[in-house]
Design a protein around this ligand. Structure first.
Ligand code: AMP
Length: 471
């Protein structure tokens, strides 16, 4: 694959939706839901609220509490709302790509928020533009909205319209949408990104992860199935339909490895338990003699617990992560770094000095952070550092909404395990096998996308990585 194309951005996001049949403050509920989904996206945040026949929307760059304050939330009055947090590390991070997108079409107003990445958005965009369509963003969510508007003109049924759009778009999508009459949730036929439904009082909630339902006091009802379209009206009636397309389910396994919050259940599996299990299997596959097991916060903590339980090596809290350092943190420059500036992580010396340490992390992407952490632990007096990774080597880029940088930055795509060990400065390094990883979502009845580990993409991936989609 061409490197230029590989370098375009991929993102992941979080979506939320609510239809208020009680008397709570709709926008505030979305705000709390988005707060719980902040780990899925820190670049921009937005809320759209249906107020009578209009849709009010506020979105901006920044974290949820930076984008919204009391005054703004008070202005967003209405009974149906959706929200979005967007994540990206490179490329075009402008407010024009922030979501939800609000559009006017023949039937009224629509708002749409999307987590995922279409692999054929530019083909569809070209087609639409050649027919005269105008786009305000470079976002593939707008392509979806455009197709909905187009097919809606030809059909008087929203379900039929959505099914037609689902036949056209390819890739991953978990969508919340406001139409003139309903709140809609849509999950792509492969079910690559998660989406679930909950209920509080007489009101329904749709969210990327169940932790957001907990945050607003909603009871988890069920996951939205791959290929399912859920519509909820203002009388509280819930309808479910299935896309015409049937595919083998392929939930992104990286949701369990890293992306989802450990207090979420994704497709019936506790993310925390899947990670603990990964740590257990890792301890069986790659045992090591050591005095303490620590996790790299926060992705490695649950697996470290599993490793400790299985190996009998005591679990310790050996590394502190400053929780206020977000993705927008300005990294120290080389010169400042050489002075020993380390704001993000700091070892807890009393736990690691003089000890043989097993350090668990969920993945190594570029190797940069891992090398810094290993160096810190050694400087803090760790006698040995044995790195154990609770997933297989990350070798292939994701086209479906996880930012994994460019292939040339995926260290495992061009280095042997021994070379990576040397790069990060660990005394030993071992990874969980793919077979082991696939045993971790205990009880899951769905299949998984494991393309980042073995290159087996669930659908044809394009030569060209779509740009600026919301992932
Ligand atoms: P590095 O050593 O620089 O590759 O960083 C490894 C760390 O990156 C691990 O702790 C992972 O939890 C974390 N990580 C994995 N995937 C991602 C991602 N898509 N975006 C940001 N961080 C990630």
């Amino acid at each position: 694959m061409n490197d230029f194309l590989m370098e375009k951005q991929k993102e992941a996001c979080g979506v939320f939706g609510i239809i208020n049949n009680d008397d709570f403050d709709t926008a505030r509920m979305v705000y709390y839901g988005l707060y719980a989904l902040q780990h899925r996206g820190q670049e921009s945040a937005g809320i759209a609220v249906k107020s009578g026949n209009t849709i009010l929307c506020h979105k901006d760059m920044g974290l949820v509490p930076e984008v919204f304050d009391r005054v703004i939330l008070n202005q967003l009055q209405g009974n149906v709302a959706i929200g979005h947090v967007r994540y990206s590390t490179t490329g075009d991070s402008s407010v024009s790509n922030a979501q939800p997108m609000v559009l006017r079409y023949r039937n009224g107003n629509m708002a749409i928020a999307h987590n995922g990445n279409l692999v054929n958005a530019s083909v569809l965009r070209d087609e639409l533009e050649s027919q005269g369509a105008i786009f305000q963003s470079t976002n593939d969510t707008e392509v979806i909205a455009n197709l909905i508007s187009r097919y809606r003109v030809m059909s008087n049924d929203i379900v039929d319209t959505i099914k037609k759009v689902m036949n056209e778009i390819k890739g991953s999508y978990a969508i919340t949408m406001i139409t003139p009459k309903r709140l809609v949730g849509i999950r792509d036929p492969f079910g690559i990104r998660p989406l679930c439904i909950g209920k509080t009082g007489n009101s329904y909630v749709i969210a990327s992860e169940s932790c957001a339902l907990d945050a607003v006091g909603a009871k988890f009802i069920r996951d939205i199935e791959p290929g399912e379209i859920v519509l909820i009206d203002e009388e509280g009636n819930l309808e479910s339909h299935k896309s015409d397309k049937k595919e083998a389910s392929s939930l992104c396994i990286f949701e369990h490895v890293y992306f989802a919050r450990p207090d979420s259940n994704v497709d019936g599996v506790s993310t925390h338990m899947a990670r603990v299990e990964a740590g257990r299997i890792l301890a069986k596959e790659h045992p090591v003699e050591a005095d303490i097991v620590i996790g790299a916060p926060s992705g490695g903590l649950d697996a470290a617990l599993g490793f400790s339980r299985e190996s009998g090596i005591p679990y310790g809290h050996g590394l502190l992560k400053n929780r206020y350092v977000g993705r927008t943190f300005i990294q120290p420059e080389q010169a400042t770094r050489e002075k020993g500036v380390s704001i993000k992580f700091n070892p807890i010396k009393s736990e690691v000095t003089g000890k043989r340490v097993v350090l668990i992390d969920d993945s190594i992407v570029r190797g940069t952070t891992t090398r810094q952490i290993v160096t810190m632990l050694k400087e803090a007096g760790a006698k040995e550092v044995h790195m154990r990774i609770s997933s297989p080597p990350y070798k292939f880029p994701c086209f479906f909404g996880i930012d994994t940088s460019t292939r040339k930055q995926l260290v495992a795509s061009y280095s042997s395990i021994e070379e990576i060990r040397e790069l990060i400065g660990a005394d030993s390094l071992a990874y969980l096998s793919l077979e082991g990883l696939l045993r971790t979502p205990v009880g899951s009845t769905l299949g998984f996308c494991t393309a980042c580990f073995n290159g087996n993409y669930p659908m044809d991936v394009p030569d060209e990585v779509e740009k600026n989609s919301c992932g």
